[in-house]
Ligand binder design. Structure first.
Ligand SMILES: [Zn+2]
Length: 204
C-alpha cells in the first residue's frame, strides 16, 4: 500500500524503491535508493540509508498530526502562500491582451503591402497569443492550488483527534514527497509546507 509514497534520496536525488526482504523467514519491507540498488549498472554507489516501511509510515502519521495540531498556524501561512502565487485579476489581464490583439489586427488591415510592417505586426500578434495562453494556464494552475488548499483545510478540519494509523488515502490526499537524509526525513505536503522528522522521532 505504501507504494503510493514518493521518496527521494537526500544524497543523490534519485528515487527510493520499495523492496521486500525475506531473511530466513523473517519478512520485512524496506525502501532503498535506486542508485544503491543498481550501483553496478549505474556506476554510482550512493551511501543513503535503507529505511523500514514502518518508520516511513510513522513519519507520515507524525507529520500529518503535526499539521493538524498546528492548523491554526499552518493554514493561514498556506493561504498567504497561495495568495502570493495567484497574481492579479485574470479577467482584467485577458481583456487587456484581447484589446491589444484587436488593435494589432486592425493595424494589419491598414499595413497594405509593407512587408516589414506586416512581419512586425505578425510577430506582435504571435507574442500576444502566447501571453493569452500563459494567462489561461496560470489561472488553471491557481485554481488547482486553491483546490488543494481547500482539500488540506477540509482534511485538517475533519480530524477531531490525532491520527493513529497510516492510510493510503491520507497519503494520496496530502503528501507530495518525502526526502530521506541520514538524520531525518522531510515530509512535503502537496502545498509545499514541509515538516521535519528526526530518525529517533524528535522534531527539529
Ligand atoms: Zn541515493
Amino acid at each position: 500500500m505504501a507504494e503510493k509514497l514518493f521518496l527521494r534520496c537526500g544524497y543523490c536525488g534519485d528515487i527510493y524503491h520499495r523492496i521486500k526482504w525475506n531473511n530466513r523467514g523473517c519478512k520485512s519491507t524496506v525502501w532503498r535508493c535506486v542508485s544503491r540498488v543498481q550501483k553496478k549498472s549505474r556506476g554510482i554507489d550512493c551511501p543513503a540509508r535503507t529505511i523500514h516501511e514502518e518508520d516511513l509510515q510513522a513519519a507520515v502519521v507524525t507529520a500529518v498530526n503535526d499539521a493538524w495540531a498546528r492548523k491554526d498556524v499552518v493554514l493561514p501561512v498556506l493561504k498567504a502562500n497561495v495568495q502570493s502565487v495567484v497574481d492579479g485579476d485574470t479577467d482584467e489581464r485577458l481583456a487587456a491582451v484581447d484589446q491589444a490583439l484587436r488593435d494589432k489586427q486592425a493595424e494589419l488591415l491598414e499595413a497594405g503591402k509593407d512587408q516589414a510592417k506586416i512581419d512586425e505586426i505578425g510577430n506582435a500578434i504571435v507574442a500576444l497569443r502566447k501571453e493569452r495562453q500563459n494567462i489561461l494556464t496560470g489561472a488553471a494552475m491557481n485554481t488547482e492550488l486553491i483546490e488543494r488548499l481547500d482539500d488540506l483545510a477540509a482534511f485538517l478540519d475533519e480530524q477531531t483527534e490525532a491520527i493513529t494509523e497510516y492510510s493510503e488515502v491520507m497519503v494520496r490526499r496530502l503528501i507530495a514527497k518525502i526526502t530521506v537524509y541520514d538524520e531525518k526525513l522531510t515530509v512535503e505536503f502537496k502545498l509545499g509546507w514541509r515538516s521535519m522528522w528526526m530518525h529517533n522521532g524528535i522534531w527539529i
